[in-house]
Design a protein around this ligand. Structure first.
Ligand SMILES: Nc1ncnc2c1ncn2[C@@H]1O[C@H](COP(=O)(O)OP(=O)(O)OP(=O)(O)O)[C@@H](O)[C@H]1O
Ligand SMILES: [Mg+2]
Length: 257
């Protein structure tokens, strides 16, 4: 059965796209058939993060009723399938965002998991992605504005009866005045199921237009994304020897090696 997992969080820039792509890539690494959908229709990023070229059919064409979603699915070189959104400003006209849920449902059965990258905020765009969810992952940062927006997103999920399966704390950094994880859990009243440190490898992966899980498999971020994927799908994950970092590997990881 296909699981539709939506990465949301309210605040912009917390790492929803990074998490969607890397969760997808990590699940693909574990042999799952993955489709990543860019539901950030006004400022889409998935295609840019993954180096998807300008494609003939995008999610915008689907939401305008011009194409079926099956025509907007592209195979990324990694083996992950992607439904990109159009980056053209003109494509925002006459968009029926309410069709998103139905369009996504059409892909159910075609893969094991659909990861949906939601837009920031709690407006129509983010809401339409949340409505398509079987499960919601909240992606936030260890600082009060992000956690406050995460809480609002959780309340919205409660209102529309969408289960929040956990919280991802992204861009943690011991050198910053990060909020304590236990305090975030107390505020959000949901378990933290992933902690992704601020890791320069993520930036290098962006330049290389691929998931950090592929470009820097030994990085802390990459290993944490694999742990998250394994946890979500009950996969027994032991870092293989090549991924074991050890003390020096961990230190090097902070410098993006
Ligand atoms: N763990 C990380 N370590 C370092 N940089 C990160 C990490 N996660 C994300 N970033 C960087 O933070 C920026 C924002 O990430 P991303 O685009 O994934 O956020 P977003 O929540 O999808 O943003 P938006 O709300 O605009 O859609 C990007 O430049 C990304 O490379
Ligand atoms: Mg994004």
């Amino acid at each position: 059965m296909t699981r539709v997992i939506v990465c949301a969080g309210g605040k912009g820039g917390t790492g929803k796209t990074t998490t969607s792509i890397n969760l997808g890539a990590a699940l693909n690494y574990f042999g799952k058939r993955v489709t990543i959908i860019d539901a950030n229709l006004t400022t889409p990023n998935v295609g840019l993060h993954l180096g998807v070229p300008i494609v003939p059919v995008t999610l915008h064409d689907v939401l305008k009723g011009r194409s079926d979603i099956s025509e907007a699915v592209y195979l990324h070189k990694s083996g992950t399938r992607v439904v990109p959104a159009s980056i053209a400003l003109n494509d925002l006209k006459r968009l029926d965002i309410t069709k998103l849920d139905k369009a996504i449902k059409k892909l159910v059965g075609s893969c094991d998991v659909i990861v949906v990258d939601a837009a920031a905020g709690l407006g129509k765009e983010a809401l339409s992605a949340l409505k398509a969810a079987d499960e919601v992952l909240i992606v936030t940062n260890p600082e009060i504005p992000a956690v406050t927006d995460a809480l609002k997103t959780i309340k919205l999920c409660e209102e529309i009866k969408k289960p929040v399966i956990g919280v991802i704390i992204n861009k943690t950094n011991v050198l910053n005045a990060d909020m304590a994880l236990k305090d975030i859990e107390l505020i959000l009243e949901h378990p933290i199921i992933g902690v992704i440190p601020e890791d320069r490898s993520v930036k290098f992966a962006l330049v290389q237009k691929d998931a950090v899980v592929h470009t820097h498999p030994k990085s802390i971020a990459s290993i944490q994304y694999k742990k998250l994927a394994a946890e979500l799908f009950n996969i027994d994950y032991n870092e293989s020897f090549s991924e074991k970092r050890g003390f020096f590997g961990t230190i090097k990881g902070w410098f993006g090696k």
